[in-house]
Write a protein that binds this ligand. Structure first.
Ligand code: 4AD
Length: 455
């Protein structure tokens, strides 16, 4: 269907020309001799106004939500805008929209909109979120591609649990049956002949890529069967994971900061209208906060120092703070919001609370891990330098009672030309939350999958 995107029409270059536009009616007003229809096609936050010269016709006002094709002349409108002048016979109704259309009124609650993931994209808020999501994805690819990273696709079905936290969804084609005497017998009869699950992270295979290509990144879904019904956990989220050979923890931190600054700059430059919308309606001062983030160094603190800061804060935390504890969201937010007032890297965590693959520090107690904490959200990045020494890696796995046979490829990488290397994982939805001011992760993905809820 030949037509022009509203985004292109709004650039104003086609005034005086005959144009065709397709979209959904956002509002419709009728007066004596003219009618006004606001049409949106999803290419821009702004609608285009269609001015209908009714003449003597018996013009029928289209309902909100109706899809239309309009042919008319592009003209200068008020306040530096453009509008389309047309006649009733040049408006073609593509799809009627009955009165029970749920998005009749402005200002529907987020909970209400969450109940209709198939329609909420037609509101300004979700229209802007999906656009920002797309622009951020493209900026992420551009950052890595222009810095010589190779994009690889890691498997989604896997036989090994990367984070070792037992949060893997099983992949099976056979149901529960009393016929199997042992778990082993059950899994050996299953599709893959052994236990398989949905990957929680592409990192282990990402390391395979980095050990051949030097610098790689993945950008795909990860799955976590975490029983965390919080505003920042999804069972299916999108994960960006660069992995770099010949890199130590400081290099990993540098890449993370550089990449975030690049993609946020791109977002601010590419989506000024959407970002203004979020600044006005969701987080006052959002744009200046992001500008500030880009122009300053991120903070940096060790886990041990962070624990001290929390203990000396005088704050009453729900979860007690002592060396060895996992940092909870309340702790992460205190560090980034109250202590630093900006994004901060926390490094060198106790080895017991981190994964087996992290490089063991000479103190014997901590590992070369890094999390990036940001105000408002908490952790958005988790990464580390990896243990490159075969013996040390094996001992960390044995200490966790891991089945080494399942990780033979991974261990081989330490046998054949092992190098210092590292990487990180950025949760895509958490980045979108941080850059839009949306406070619930369910509102930055088309169809959120969370514990107890799927559609
Ligand atoms: O800290 P995580 O668990 O690290 C890893 O998976 C590493 N293998 C990454 C690596 O080094 N290549 O997860 C990384 C990030 C988190 O900081 C968070 O932003 C996001 O993934 N994330 C989630 N996002 C939404 N819902 C969940 N349930 C998430 N779990 C992790």
């Amino acid at each position: 269907m030949k037509h022009t995107d509203i985004k292109e029409l709004l650039k104003n270059g086609l005034v005086g020309q005959n144009v065709t536009v397709c979209g959904w009616v956002r509002t419709s007003r009728n007066s004596k001799s003219v009618a006004f229809i606001e049409v949106n096609d999803g290419t821009s936050l702004k609608n285009i106004q269609v001015v209908v010269d009714k003449g003597d016709s018996d013009y029928k006002e289209p309902r909100i939500g109706t899809s239309v094709k309009v042919v008319g002349t592009l003209a200068e409108g008020r306040n530096n805008t453009v509008e389309i002048n047309t006649k009733p016979e040049d408006i073609k109704i593509l799809g009627e929209c009955p009165a029970d259309y749920p998005l009749q009124k402005k200002g529907c609650s987020m909970e209400f909109l969450r109940s209709m993931p198939h329609l909420r994209g037609r509101t300004n808020t979700f229209n802007a979120v999906w656009r920002v999501r797309s622009v951020l994805a493209s900026a992420i690819h551009r950052y890595f591609q222009s810095n010589n990273y190779v994009y690889i696709n890691t498997p989604l079905i896997t036989g090994s649990d990367c984070e070792g936290a037992g949060e893997m969804f099983n992949v099976t084609t056979i149901g529960y049956s009393n016929d199997y005497k042992t778990e082993e017998e059950y899994y050996s009869n299953d599709f893959f002949g052994r236990r398989a699950g949905l990957s929680v992270s592409g990192q282990l295979e990402g390391e395979v890529g980095a050990m051949a290509m030097g610098k790689i990144y993945t950008f795909g879904p990860s799955f976590r069967a975490e029983n965390s019904n919080t505003p920042k956990h999804l069972a299916e989220f999108w994960h960006i994971e660069p992995e770099v050979a010949f890199a130590e923890l400081d290099d990993v931190i540098e890449i993370a900061e550089d990449m975030l600054k690049y993609v946020i700059r791109e977002l601010l430059d590419t989506c000024p209208d959407d970002m203004k919308f979020f600044d006005t309606h969701f987080e006052k001062g959002l744009i200046s906060r992001l500008e500030e983030l880009i122009s300053n160094d991120f903070g940096r603190v060790t886990y041990t120092e962070a624990i001290k800061l929390l203990q000396e804060s005088g704050e009453k935390f729900v979860y007690p703070v002592e060396w060895g504890c996992d940092l909870q969201t309340e702790h992460e937010r205190y560090i980034s919001e109250k202590v630093f007032g900006k994004a901060v890297f926390v490094t060198d965590y106790p080895k017991e609370i981190k994964s087996f693959y992290m490089k063991q520090n000479p103190d014997g107690k901590t590992v070369a891990a890094v999390d990036l904490l940001v105000p408002g959200v908490g952790e958005i990045i988790g990464g580390s330098e990896r243990e490159a020494d075969y013996e040390k890696l094996v001992s960390a796995m044995e200490a966790r009672n891991m089945n080494l046979a399942l990780y033979s490829d991974y261990l081989d990488l330490r046998k054949y030309g092992s190098v210092p290397h590292g990487g990180f994982g950025l949760g895509f939805e958490r980045l979108i939350m941080y850059t839009t001011g949306m406070s619930n992760i369910r509102d930055v993905i088309l169809y959120p999958r969370t514990v107890g809820s799927i559609r």
